[in-house]
Each structure stands twice: as C-alpha cells, then as structure tokens.
Design a protein around this ligand. Structure first.
Ligand SMILES: CC(=O)SCCNC(=O)CCNC(=O)[C@H](O)C(C)(C)COP(=O)(O)OP(=O)(O)OC[C@H]1O[C@@H](n2cnc3c(N)ncnc32)[C@H](O)[C@@H]1OP(=O)(O)O
Length: 691
C-alpha cells in the first residue's frame, strides 16, 4: 500500500534530538544543516538541559515542544533511541529519521533494532533508518540529516534525479557525483537499515514527485519485495526510468540448495528476474548508472534499437558500430531515399551509409546538424550517436545539433569537451561518453527501458494448481510423480519395481527399449551414483541393469527399488524447475538440460507464476533456442508444449510453496512440433525451514 510521505519529506516543523551546544555533536550538525539549507518551517532543538541551541529555543523532550511536529531527526546513542521514539508517539509525531548507528548492522545489534521496531509500531511512528544519513528534498529545501547539504559543501543543482540508497556512503558518493557533474537533483534518501520504510517506498514516492524524472537506486537487498514489481510498473506507466545497482551477487553461495534448479537459479539471477518483471534497469557500475541517468534525464527513451552513427572519423565510426552491434543494437544502412537526401551534406569522399561519415575536411556544425536532422526525420532510426573530433565544439554548436533532432542523442569520446565547457555539461542537451563500450552500454540499457515500457501487461495468470502438496511428496519418486500428475504434469509412463522379475515384467509391459533408474528416498542426482541405465533393449539387459542398481543400493544402504520407463524418443533436452527464493518467493526456471545442466548454465528465470506467453518468451531467451527451430536438419520442436509445462509448473510452485522448496523436471524432452514433451524424471525438495 502506498504510504503518504508528505509530512516526512515536506515537513512544516522539525525537532532535532541530540542537537547540543557541543559543536561537533551529530545532532548539532543535523540542525546546522537544516538551517544552512534555508529550512523555513519551525525548528526545535531537543536537549535535556540546554535552554537554547544555535540561537533557537530548545526543549527537554519532544513531549515538551510545541504540538504538531511533522518530523523528528534523532541523533542520540542507540540505547536511547527507542525512548525518543516513544516520546514522538506521545507527541503525535508521524515520522522520525534515525541517524544513529549500532542496530541491526552490527553484531549483537539485532535485539536493539527489534525493540526499536516494536516501539515505533506501538507508538505509530514511521521510521527512516536507523543507520541513515537522512534525506534531502532539494525541490523544497529540506536537508534532514548529515552529510546531505552539509554547510560548506557545494549543493546540487535542482533537477530531475531522485537518489535512493541503502548505503549512506554510496548514496553520498552518488549525490556528490551528481553535484560535481551538474546533474540536477530532486531528492536523496539514505534508507539505512530499513527497519521500517524501505527503498521501495521511496522509489514509489519519487514516482509521484512531479520534480523527479529519473530514479537511481543503490541496493544491497530488497525489503518489501512483494511490492517491487507493482511499484516498477507504476514507474513505467509514469514514464520514469528506475536505474538500480544491486550489490551482493556472492550471497547466492550462502544458500543451501539441493536440486539442479536451486544451484542454477542463483540469488543474483533471481534479482535480475525481479528487476526485469518490474521494468527496472540494472547496472553494474557507477559509470553506467551516471551515463544512463544523464541520457534519460533528457527525457527521451529510444523507441527501438536502431542506431545511426554520424562521424568525422571513419575509424571512430567503425569502432562505435562494432561495439554497438555487439551490444545487441542494430546499425541498419540508410535506405536509398535517405542516402540521396544525405548526399546534399556529405562530401563525395564521405559515406552516406551508416555510420554516416562526413570526413575530416571542411565540415561545418551546420552540415552536421543537417545530417542529424535528416536522419532523425527519416523514421529509420531510434537513436543517434555523434562523433566530432575535428569541429570546435561550443555550447552553441551542441545546442544547434541537439535542436536538430527529437531522437535520443549521445555524443562520443573524441568529442571531449573543452575545460571551460566541462562544468556546464550537466545542463547540455547532448550527454556524452568517453568510450565506445560506454556508448554501447548506455544505448542498449536505454533501449531496454523503452522495451520494458512498451511490454504488454503480463496478461492473465495461469490456472491455479490445487494446494495439495505435503512434504511427503518429496520422499519418493512415486510420491513425486503422483503429485506432479495431479497438477497436470504427468511423467512419461513409469513403474516402480522392487525385484528383477518385476523389472523384466514392467519392461515387457511398457515396451523395449526401457530405462531403469535407482529410486532411493531423497536421491536427486541419480546418475552421479551410477543409478541410471538407459536404452535396455531386452530382458537380459534389464536383468543386468537391475543387478547393477541393486549393488549401488546395497552400497548406499537403501532398499532395492527402481523406476522402469520406456525410453523417450529423442528431442531437445531441457530442464524446467522451480526454487523458493528467500526474498521473492517461488521462481521458475527453464534451461539447457541433461546431466550437464549445471555446467552449461544456460537458463532463463522469472518470478512465478507466469502464463504461457511469458513462458514462451523465456524459452526464446535461451542460447539453445535455435535448436528449437530445428537446427541441422532436425524438425522444429514443440516449444508451445514446453511453455505449457513451464507455466503450469510455475503455478504449482506457488500453490505448493508451503511444503515444497525446489522442483526439478530434468530432463524434459521437447519432441517435434505437435508431439508435445516427455517429462522423463523429476525430483522435489521439501521445505524444511519456517520462512
Ligand atoms: C555512511 C554511514 O555510515 S550511514 C550511518 C549514519 N550514522 C552514523 O554514522 C552515526 C554514528 N554515530 C552514532 O550512531 C552515535 O550514537 C551518535 C552520534 C548518533 C550519538 O552519539 P553520542 O554523542 O554518544 O550520543 P548521546 O546519547 O550522548 O547524545 C548526544 C547529545 O544528545 C543529548 N541527549 C541524550 N539523550 C537525549 C534525549 N533523550 N533527548 C535529547 N538529547 C539527548 C546528550 O546529552 C548529548 O548532548 P551533549 O553533547 O550536550 O552531551
């Protein structure tokens, strides 16, 4: 549910607890910051003994201060914070920003944080932090915290960038960088430990802030994950890109997973899937974050991935072309008609293909602008990159080139601005980057924003699966197969056998050739223990396989039990699976299958459940996707049937999440078109924790 943060971010009166006559106290700093930022509302220092702080009348407690305070900034030692919050509740204060450290982020601090949360809930006070640097509402001139808008520091310009960061230090780095590069800022918030309000809440608030155009976020985890997708979609509808850096990829190693799916669907890939579902763009570097923010702050998102390059350097243009294409963008040559138009501005020894090369000699800014305009008006491109190593680039020339196009436009490296121009770059209409790789990344990421925005709503959810699972379904192959069949996911015909004679009879009934597989409780990786025998074409072969499997069972100290199945026809082998993510819940995966699935790691992931259309898109993302089209004389595969399985399994994972943590269907054999798929083997892992 959306939280109204108006009184927090636009407070009419603020108290600062911990402000004192000690000039170096953190609270004193916070008070000085508010004052130096020209806060015009009422300000009340709170101190147990001082009657006055920084020329303002002080009060011994929030309870004693005038009524109607909107926000309290808290900077007293950790054990005192809960008491202050209790005072806030008694005085009817709705919000507090807790700057104090020493809570959940330190060992032994979890209890103090739990206590703080309990007091805040009971008192009806919503918290930012603890361990927060506070926030800056640049548009309204509220700098509540420390480090943000500190006296003596240069202030950011007012503009469209909202910054939300879990890390105070990284948030400040982003804010300072925005300030130095002249990118205008609308707001900044350091969410700290997020004992209450989270990054997702502040991203949502920024969507509603008319001053914000682009949101950048730094996250180490996602709290309030159940709202991430909904908030991301709101941002997309509002036309506000959300650029997110999510750090902590290595945390996947900390999870205890047993299935193939569990180990392949690493936590970091799940974040990718979640951001994708939310239409947010993930970046892995601060340069990329700024390049993209700068580009998108111009308010133009590419409508597609067709790029035109206009250059004065054949080499530079070719380098850009290579790198941009490698990033998945298209540098289509200009049409014949367009080439004829471009010839009016390009010398005979130049090129009117794409890149359009105006060459080094005698070219004016006007000619450059005319080429940009012609390309832009042609409707053949979605974005333009300009490279002008030889022209004397001034603010006016940049403005005239920018004015020539309504397409997103990017300047590239050779066009290094003069020192005089550099400080004003942020205000320029043509953002620039200094390497082909950065140009390619920014264009590809910006195109992904457009793609996410244009993506149709996901459509109807798949038919729900009955929530009939119990952890016992994971105990044996037979129980697993029966549960899957009840969800409309029947395995290829199978028989459970417990003797050589039963194995032979089963093989005769099912028809040769057959597979015979050891079936032991909790055994997921059957081939790893030598428990899988394939292509058994007569009774002798079945008898020998039975003996071998019985010997493995003896070695493991498990009963003699096996599954007999007819050999599946050949097709494309995939793995379909689900895993229960600690943050996002059930996740569905499809990937290249078979015993090397974990080595190959060609996977696509989505948050469950998904419908068949979404499942088909996942399948098409795989590197092995060309195999489905029928490579090397093979018939096209039944990807629709595969999508049905993926979608249905995703619904099952949601229905069964209280009992089942991991599901592997491996291998799933995708047969030629019209013949469906064979689910050859499956394994479940019961949920044992109490998430
Ligand atoms: C980038 C990042 O790291 S993000 C993290 C951001 N946060 C931080 O870095 C903060 C780290 N420091 C802390 O957390 C510390 O606990 C601080 C700075 C908040 C407080 O430390 P202390 O100075 O020990 O707090 P203390 O409880 O003594 O209170 C400070 C002042 O408030 C006064 N005070 C104490 N209790 C109260 C109260 N209930 N009401 C009002 N004032 C009070 C104190 O008397 C003191 O004033 P004085 O200087 O006149 O003596």
């Amino acid at each position: 549910m959306t939280i109204d943060l108006d009184r927090l971010l636009r407070p009419r009166s603020i108290a600062v607890v911990g402000a004192s006559q000690n000039p170096t106290a953190l609270g004193t700093n916070a008070l000085a910051t508010l004052m130096s930022y020209d806060y015009t509302g009422d300000l009340y220092p709170i101190h147990p003994t001082h009657a006055e702080v920084k020329g303002l009348r002080a009060y011994p407690s929030v309870r004693d201060a005038p009524a109607g305070i909107d926000l309290v900034v808290v900077a007293v030692a950790a054990p005192r914070v809960a008491g202050v919050i209790e005072d806030c509740g008694a005085a009817g204060v709705p919000f507090a920003v807790v700057l104090t450290s020493g809570f959940g982020e330190v060992s032994g601090g979890a209890a103090l944080q739990a206590d703080l949360v309990e007091v805040a809930r009971r008192s009806g006070v919503r918290l930012v932090g603890p361990n927060s640097l506070g926030f800056l509402n640049q548009s309204d001139g509220v700098a509540a915290g420390f480090g943000v808008g500190m006296p003596g520091r240069s202030r950011p310009q007012t503009g469209g960038l909202a910054i939300v960061s879990q890390s105070g230090g990284m948030g400040l780095s982003i804010l300072n960088r925005a300030t130095l590069s002249g990118l205008g800022v609308s707001s900044f918030v350091s969410t700290g430990n997020e004992a209450d309000l989270t990054l997702v809440d502040f991203v949502e608030d920024a969507i509603d802030d008319p001053n914000t155009k682009v949101i950048v976020a730094y996250a180490e985890t996602i709290r309030g994950a159940d709202r991430l997708v909904e908030v991301g979609r709101r941002a997309a509808r509002a036309g506000k890109p959300v650029i997110i850096a999510k750090i902590g990829a290595t945390e996947a190693g900390g999870r205890a997973v047993q299935s193939h799916t569990g180990s392949m669907a690493g936590a970091d890939l799940v974040f990718d899937a979640a951001f994708r579902a939310a239409g947010m763009v993930r970046v892995h570097d601060i340069e990329d974050m700024f390049d993209l923010a700068t580009f998108l702050l111009r308010g133009r998102v590419p409508a597609g991935n067709r790029v035109a390059v206009v250059t004065q350097s054949g080499g530079g243009g070719a380098w850009l072309a290579d790198t941009i294409e490698r990033a998945g963008m298209v540098l289509a040559p200009a049409s014949e008609e367009l080439r004829a138009q471009l010839k009016a501005f390009v010398p005979d020894f130049g090129s009117v293909l794409n890149p359009v090369d105006l060459t080094a000699s005698g070219i004016s800014v006007e000619a450059f602008a005319s080429v940009v305009k012609t390309l832009s008006d042609s409707g053949e491109y979605d974005a333009i990159v300009v490279l002008m190593p030889l022209l004397d680039v001034s603010e006016e020339s940049i403005a005239s080139i920018a004015a020539a196009t309504t397409l997103p436009i990017l300047g590239f490296s050779h066009w290094l601005p003069t020192p005089a121009l550099r400080p004003r770059l942020g205000a320029l209409e043509v953002p620039y980057v200094t390497s082909p790789a950065r140009a390619a990344r920014v264009l590809a990421a910006a195109a992904r924003v457009g793609e996410a925005w244009r993506a149709p709503e996901p459509g109807p959810r798949p038919e729900p699966v009955p929530a009939t699972a119990t952890p016992a379904a994971a105990a044996s192959d037979a129980a697993t197969f029966e549960l899957l069949a009840s969800a409309g996911l029947p395995l290829a015909p199978w028989r459970q056998v417990t003797s050589s004679a039963e194995a032979v009879t089963a093989a005769q009934d099912l028809g040769f050739p057959v597979a015979l597989k050891l079936s032991a409780d909790g055994l997921i990786h059957k081939s790893d223990v030598g428990g899988v025998h394939l292509g058994l074409s007569d009774t002798d072969a079945v008898g020998a396989a039975w003996e071998a499997v019985a010997a493995v069972a003896d070695g493991m100290g498990v009963p003699h039990r096996a599954i007999v199945q007819p050999m599946a026809p050949s097709g494309v082998e995939v793995i379909v699976g689900c895993t229960l993510d600690l943050i996002f819940g059930p996740v569905v995966m499809v990937g290249a299958g078979g015993i090397y699935a974990e080595v190959v790691r060609d996977v696509a992931l989505r948050l469950a459940p998904i419908n068949e259309t979404e499942a088909l898109a996942m399948v098409r993302e795989l590197n092995i996707a060309p195999l489905f089209a029928g490579a090397r004389g093979k018939p096209a595969a039944d990807v629709e049937a595969l999508a049905t399985v993926v979608s249905r399994l995703s619904a099952a994972a949601v229905a069964w999440q209280d009992s089942i943590a991991e599901i592997d269907l491996n291998p799933v054999i995708v047969l030629p078109h019209g013949q469906g798929v064979r689910l050859v083997d499956a394994a479940l892992v019961a949920r044992v924790d109490n998430r």
